[in-house]
Design a protein around this ligand. Structure first.
Ligand code: BGC
Length: 447
């Protein structure tokens, strides 16, 4: 017996859910236990310096120490889309950072190729602008890309993600290159991953009396990644870590590759600038969900799920923003035209397109939970309910997606996975402007 729909030609065809599963696109059927274990195995390999899809990059930053107060410092924040510069200070007696002289522009290379000189000049201009207001001569630079960090805190770009077009920067020590273009020179320049700054910002904003056993910084925006605190003794691939103590590890979790891609993931990945890389990020992050949904809709059109006009319309669509797919699935209208509203005009086509594409967001939310579960387990914390693991979360995809609620799904999934293991955790909204706040924390922590 089949529960399939009737195709337009009268024969029985698959349901949208069967179509997705036949193409390897699983949501409910995801093997959570197996994936958590695979994440944990890759983390161990990465810490030991053996081949792993998780880079597990040491940050040489410890989250412990007293904050220097009432001293504004220059910060930079290079994200997937935007670049910001500002000064940040922590006033005595307040748990909220004061951010001033903030200006925002486009991240160089985000929409078109940029040369190294123009790339660094954009950052240098922010430093020159904020320098007169900074009372501490160091700079905290939140750079949301995969960097190897040295003990002095500089970062060497290992590869771009988020489709940034600035190939010459790969392999460069970004802090040293920027310093070459600055006068006067800063006393120190720390290049920090945004997951590291999120973790630091979350910890610095903790309310008095809060008691956590471990900390995680997690981003799900244009890209995705996770940081947590690891004992130096467990980071066996490095020999220059301070003896004793712990430091934040930037896992580069978007690179996780021990997961089966669906037909749609593969088709989308093949069209990116970095095919074969960032397999996990391409399943859950904002830069990719629209493209992924477009692959699903195009394949479904070929399979006869839409009217002829809608099928032709979707096949002719060259690209799709995640925001448009999300607004369409949530039936959320804005003043700006949405290409999917133009293509799916009948109620039947619209309902079918939503049923096929909403799982793109559902799967992303479940995978987010699975990967957070693995990091929560890895911290070794949360075994006492009065000291949960604090998961500090930032990112537009996590908080702003309308088609499904990431916070609700992630909380429910984590409860299911970690409840039986008696591991306590808390999902915390990170402070506003966490990249800049955390970059200032890193510079102003007195050790
Ligand atoms: C980058 C990470 C970053 C994450 C979130 C990824 O594409 O590789 O370094 O932390 O995006 O911004």
């Amino acid at each position: 017996m089949t529960t399939g729909l009737r195709s337009r030609k009268g024969s029985t065809m698959r349901t949208p859910e069967e179509f997705l599963e036949d193409n390897g696109f699983n949501t409910r059927m995801l093997d959570r236990t197996q994936l958590v274990a695979a994440f944990n195995r890759e983390m161990e390999e990465g810490l030991a310096g053996r081949p792993s899809s998780l880079k597990m990059l040491p940050s040489y930053v410890s989250p412990e120490g007293e904050l220097q107060r009432d001293v504004p410092v220059t910060v930079l924040d290079a994200g997937g889309t935007n670049l910001r510069g500002a000064t940040v200070e922590f006033p005595t007696g307040s748990d909220v950072a004061r951010i001033e002289h903030k200006e925002k522009g486009e991240m160089p290379g985000a929409t078109a190729y940029v040369s190294p000189d123009d790339f660094y000049a954009t950052f240098a201009a922010h430093v020159t602008r904020t320098a007169p207001f900074a009372k501490n001569p160091a700079i905290g630079f939140c750079f949301s890309y995969a960097c190897e960090t040295n003990p002095a805190g500089d970062g060497k770009l290992l590869h771009w993600t988020k489709q940034i077009q600035a190939p010459e920067i790969i392999g460069q020590w970004v802090g040293a290159e920027l310093i070459k273009r600055l006068a006067p020179k800063p006393s120190r320049l720390l290049v920090l991953n945004d997951t590291v700054t999120t973790l630091l910002a979350g910890k610095s904003a903790e309310k008095p009396g809060a008691h956590y056993s471990a900390y995680i910084g997690f981003i799900l925006g244009t890209g995705t990644n996770t940081a947590y605190v690891e004992k130096n003794a467990n980071i066996t691939k490095i020999t220059d870590a301070p003896v004793g103590g712990s430091m934040v590890i930037n896992a580069e979790s978007g690179g996780f590759a021990k997961i089966a891609q669906s037909t749609f993931d593969k088709a989308m990945d093949a069209k990116t600038h970095d095919a074969g890389a960032q397999i996990f990020e391409k399943m859950i992050a904002g830069a990719y969900l629209g493209r992924l949904g477009l692959e699903v809709l195009k394949a479904a059109a070929k399979d006869g799920f839409f009217s002829k006009e809608a099928a032709q319309g979707i096949q002719a669509l060259g690209s799709l923003e995640s925001l448009h797919l999300d607004n369409f699935c949530a039936d959320f209208k804005t003043d700006a035209p949405n290409p999917l509203d133009r293509i799916f005009t009948s109620a039947t086509d619209r309902a079918m397109a939503r049923r096929l594409a909403t799982p793109v967001f559902e799967r992303a939310a479940i995978l987010t939970a699975i990967h957070l579960a693995a990091f929560i387990v890895k911290t070794g914390g949360g075994t006492n309910p009065s000291a949960p693991v604090c998961v500090c979360i930032d990112g537009s995809t996590y908080y702003k997606t309308r088609a499904v609620s990431f916070p609700t799904i992630v909380q429910a999934e984590l409860d299911k996975m970690l409840g039986p293991r008696n591991i306590s955790f808390e999902l915390a909204v990170c402070p506003d402007d966490a990249p800049m706040v955390g970059a200032a924390v890193a510079v102003l922590l007195k050790r």
